[in-house]
Design a protein. Structure first.
Length: 260
């Protein structure tokens, strides 16, 4: 992590997080700090516990023990929608968009809800200058302007993933949990998506969950490695790339990987 981010306050913190399902420990005493403005990646092989940890952060699952703090507030027992309101927002790996709506309509709905217009968003579309301005800015940032009037079901897959991120950013997050943004995206659409991820606003702290190591090392200033539900190691991309335990996990050297 660069020096400027290292001195920033912690915005999301996991302290001694444990999640058990019967006799299985899916999250094993995880400690993690995400700092203001950070670009932090969470990696690990299949079954490492990444999805469980994210579900703990977002409130989909309750922890067996441990604590989660957002901006210093204990949110461990808050419902998912309460965490979103406080600024903890997640994108989903699997598309969950309204197929018949356009990107403009979708973003107008989210932005209007953020501004307290609720179900009246369609009446304000084109009339409320602040809503229109915000939607146009998001469409431009995520390279969706040219397709803003197309139904979502007709968009290229990469564009749908961009729309997912635009929706998350429309929720005005303080912390964005970016869940495998390039999963399933065809090679020809990846570069646009990668460039957009790199251009996310600096004031939004990002925790990236990703299998694509090229994206991880291009994006992250800090990396946490999960193995068997526990933190194996954490460090800069350079330190992680050189770590023999991480190499054993990812390159399949057959060595025993101890928890660190």
């Amino acid at each position: 992590m660069n020096a400027s981010v290292m001195h920033q306050p912690v915005v999301l913190r996991a302290q001694g997080l444990i999640k058990q399902f019967g006799g299985i420990t899916a999250t094993d005493n995880v400690n993690l700090d995400l700092r203001l403005g950070a670009r932090h990646a969470l990696i690990g092989p299949n079954g490492a516990g990444k999805t469980t940890l994210i579900n703990l952060f977002t409130g989909v699952l309750p922890p067996t023990s441990g604590r989660i703090e957002l901006l210093g507030e204990d949110i461990s027992q808050l419902a998912p929608h309460q965490r979103v309101r406080r600024g903890l927002v997640r994108t989903f790996q699997i598309n969950q968009l309204f197929a018949s709506m356009t990107p403009l309509e979708t973003l107008a709905m989210v932005v209007s809800q953020q501004r307290g217009l609720g179900g009246r968003w369609w009446q304000k579309l084109g009339q409320d200058a602040a809503v229109v301005e915000r939607c146009e800015a998001l469409l431009e940032l995520f390279r969706l302007t040219e397709v803003m009037h197309q139904r979502t079901e007709h968009l290229a897959y990469g564009k749908r993933r961009l729309l997912e991120m635009a929706i998350a950013l429309a929720c005005e997050p303080k912390v964005l949990l970016l869940d495998e943004p390039v999963a399933g995206v065809p090679a020809g659409e990846r570069e646009e998506l990668l460039q957009t991820v790199a251009a996310l606003p600096a004031e939004v702290s990002v925790l990236l969950i990703e299998h694509d190591m090229d994206l991880v090392f291009e994006f992250a200033d800090r990396i946490t490695v999960l193995v068997n539900g526990a933190v194996l190691t954490e460090g800069t991309p350079e330190a992680i790339a050189a770590d023999p335990q991480v190499k054993a996990v990812y390159l399949g050297h057959g060595e025993e990987v101890a928890h660190g």
